[in-house]
Design a protein around this ligand. Sequence first.
Ligand code: FE2
Length: 370
Amino acid sequence: MTEDFLPIKGMDHVEFYVGNAKQAAHFYRTGFGFANTAYSGLETGNRKSASYVMEQGNIRLVLTSALGPDHPIARYAHLHGDGVGVIAMEVPDAAKSYEESTHRGATGVIPPTEEKDDFGVYRYSAIQCYGDTIIKFIDRSDYTGAFAPGYVARESDAERNKNGRIKGVGLAAIDHMVGNVELGAMNRWVDFFANTMGFSQLLHFDDEDISTEYSALMSKVMQNGNGKVKFPINEPAEGKKKSQIQEYLDYYYGPGVQHIACSTGDILATVTQLQENGIEFLRVPTTYYDVLEERVGKINEPVEKLAELGILVDRDEEGYLLQIFTKPVEDRPTVFYEIIERHGSRGFGKGNFKALFESIEREQALRGNL
Ligand code: FE2
C-alpha cells in the first residue's frame, strides 16, 4: 500500500454561487431543513458578496451571491445559473495538498493562503476542477471561528441532536457528489482524480448499464484513499434522442456538479418531511413496486410506505440501499439532490437506472428537450 499523498479528512463544505443568496437560504431552511449558522455580507464588512453558511448533520452548504455585476460570482451565476462553484475538502495541510496536486498536473487557482482573526488561523488553497468548478483544500485545525474569517456566527434555535449537529429533516452527510462532463471527457477527469489527487476507481457503468430507449450515459466512480469522498463522473452517450447529461450541459453551459447525494438514517421520516415542505421528487410508475420484493428480496421497510413516498430500492452482494431523487432545484434542468439510506450496499442503485431514467425522460419531454 503506497502512502496517500493527499490525505483528506472529509468534505468540508459545498459552495453554491447563486443569484440571490438570501432567498436561496430561505429555500434550504424551510425546504431542506438546514439552519443558517454563519453569515458574511455588508453588515460584517464584506462589500463584494453575501454568504450564508447552512448546516444540517455533517453537511455544510455555503450560498453566495455577488453584490455587483462585475464580480466573478455574478458572472458565474449569469452563465451557469445557480450551481456549485466550490467543492471544499478538509485536509491536514492545505499547502501540501496544493503542492502535491499541482506538482502532479493540477492547475492552481488559489495558492496556499492564511487568514487570521481573533479565532485563529484559517488556511486554504484551491485547484481547478471540471468546468468553472474549483476544489478547495481547507485546514481549520488552528481555527475555532464560526466558519472562516469575515463570517459572524448566527444563532439558530433549530433542534440539535446528541452530538450538537442540526437535526433538520435528518440529512446526515454527503454520500457522493456527481459531476457531468462533455462527451469524450470522462476519462480525462478520471485521470485527473487518479493522477493529481490519488483517487482510485471504485466502479464504472457503461451505456449498456445506463441506457433506456433514448437517454444514455457513461459513468465512473472515483474515491479518495480513505473512501470518505466519492465523486462519480458522467458523460453523455449516444442514444436515439438527447442524453439527460447533454441536457444538463446545454443548460449549465458546460460541465459542473449534477447532483449531491445526502445520506439519512431514516429515509421514510426524512422524505415524508421533505415532501411536506414542498420539495419535489421524481416518481416512477406504481408498477415498480409490484415486482419490488421479487427483485430485491426482504427489506426492513414496508413496501406500501416506499410506494407512497416514491422511494427506490436496489440490492447487491453486500446489502441494499434506498434512494430517491429530487427534481432540479433551479428553473434550468441542472442541479438536483439524492437522498440515500444504505444497508450494507456501497453501490449507486444500478438496478434503478432504467426506471429512473424513464422518469427523467418524461420530465425532459415536458421541457421540450428530448
Ligand atoms: Fe447518486
